[in-house]
Design a protein around this ligand. Structure first.
Ligand code: ATP
Ligand code: MG
Length: 415
């Protein structure tokens, strides 16, 4: 029986691997530039980390997690996002005792049980940055700048940055109160889910994608009118720093984000088709997960959506030759010599291939063409005797005679 990959998952095939490698290498380079170091956390965590860390009322926790009991009857969840795991690792490994700030990045699969569609998968990948220990608005903007710089470096042009401020423990309750009152007056017009959200987390209603809820929330009170002085100053500073870096932005009071842990700054970066990146400040999460009272800011960027955007915008990703040289052989002796030569050349950094398929010479050359080898050569009795070979450049047919024993000379022609 032919098997299929589970719904919402995708194989990454060799023909696309270079795209992933390209995107990841830019992200790693930019991170390095900012002194951000890599962290890798387990593929699964105890379920409690997410229910507490991401929030009981978030979409992720209420309906998207891959949760199961393991053989020891522990509740385990495949990571749906990576912020909570990184915070857990930061606290558990006592990284808060080191000089701050702590700047971390990850590239990781995430698992969410969602309706699969373009740009929405059940296993997808995120690049993310988490910075711990700084409450300064300049750090919010540094983090935003990592995302913007990376995306621009890949050639994306039509990007927009939307920012908001969600307030803090001081001012959000006042806003929640006002919002709740407004929404209660319009309760009958809300969707069923939002009617239940009204009690637990009215702010989530602002995020609802139902049209009728959108109609109501259009005129709802906005958080920006309820900010305390500290949040107000923070927001003003964030905007100033964005201007300093000449990063254009739009204030969008409807950005509340799906995750419950955000405080103060939140932001989204939109490409021509998707929200590719979402993030913000989460000053209470470290403490919530058992660590010290320490501020934090970060983002997650979806790699599938990024790649789809690059493709849609016709941005070409540089493709490397897979093979510099195909070494063909005529006869058993030559085949053995070719095998030896290939290994020596590989040690010298040359990407080469020989005949492992028992093909005749003509078929070998046809194959060399198919795999796009930049050069070919054929070893036969003459070449072995004279100890010289001819390297044929496939692009224009020009031939270069070189000594079979001089690996450096061969490598120089091929490079
Ligand atoms: P959405 O509103 O599209 O569901 P989200 O708010 O759930 O997004 P975050 O949790 O902030 O997204 O994750 C950050 C980024 O991860 C998103 O901007 C997106 O690029 C990517 N992402 C999230 N869920 C998926 C998914 N199911 N498939 C592919 N990418 C995803
Ligand atoms: Mg989502």
């Amino acid at each position: 029986m032919e098997m299929q990959a589970p719904k919402g998952t995708k194989d990454m095939l060799p023909e696309d691997a270079y795209k992933w490698q390209y995107v990841e290498s830019i992200l790693r380079d930019v991170a390095k530039n900012y002194g951000i170091r890599e962290v890798r956390t387990p593929m699964f965590e105890n379920t409690e980390l997410f229910s507490r860390g991401v929030g009981e009322t978030s979409d992720i926790v209420t309906k998207e997690m891959y949760t199961f009991n393991d053989k020891g009857n522990r509740s385990i969840t495949l990571k749906p996002e990576v912020t909570a795991p990184v915070v857990r690792a930061f606290v558990e490994n006592r990284l808060f005792n080191e000089a701050q700030p702590t700047k971390l990045y990850y590239i990781s699969p995430c698992f969410r049980y969602e309706k699969a569609q373009r740009g929405r998968f059940r296993q997808f990948h995120q690049f993310g940055v988490e910075v711990f220990g700084s409450k300064e608005p300049s750090m919010d903007v540094e983090v935003i700048s990592v995302a913007m710089t990376s995306l621009k470096k890949m050639g994306l042009k039509s990007l927009s940055l939307n920012i908001n401020n969600l307030g803090c423990a001081n001012c959000r309750p006042n806003f929640n109160e006002a919002l709740k009152k407004y929404l209660e007056d319009n309760k009958e017009c809300l969707c069923g889910l939002c009617q239940t959200r009204l009690e637990k987390n009215p702010m989530r209603i602002l995020d609802c994608k139902e049209k009728k809820c959108g109609e109501i929330t259009k005129n709802a009170p906005i958080i920006l009118d309820y900010m305390c002085e500290e949040c107000d100053t923070h927001f003003t500073e964030v905007k100033k720093y964005l201007e300093v870096l000449e990063i254009p932005y739009k204030v969008d009071p409807s950005i509340v984000r799906g995750l419950d842990y955000y405080t103060k700054t939140t932001f989204e970066i939109l490409s021509s088709e998707f929200t590719v990146c979402g993030g913000g400040r989460y000053d209470k999460l470290i403490e919530e997960i058992g660590g010290p009272d320490m501020p934090a800011v970060g983002f997650g960027l979806g790699l599938e959506r990024l790649l789809l955007t690059l493709e849609k915008e016709g941005i070409e990703i540089p493709k490397e030759n897979i093979f510099d040289l195909y070494i063909g052989a005529r006869g058993d002796n030559a085949e053995m010599e070719g095998f030896k030569l290939a290994n020596k050349l590989r040690a010298a950094g040359i990407k080469c291939e020989t005949n492992h398929m028992g093909r005749a010479v003509k078929a070998q050359m046809k194959y060399a063409n198919k795999i796009g080898a930049a050069f070919t050569t054929i070893l036969g009795d003459d070449e072995l005797q004279n100890k010289t070979i001819r390297l044929k450049r496939m692009s224009d047919g020009e031939q270069f005679e070189v000594s079979l024993e001089n690996i450096e000379e061969i490598a120089n022609v091929l490079k």
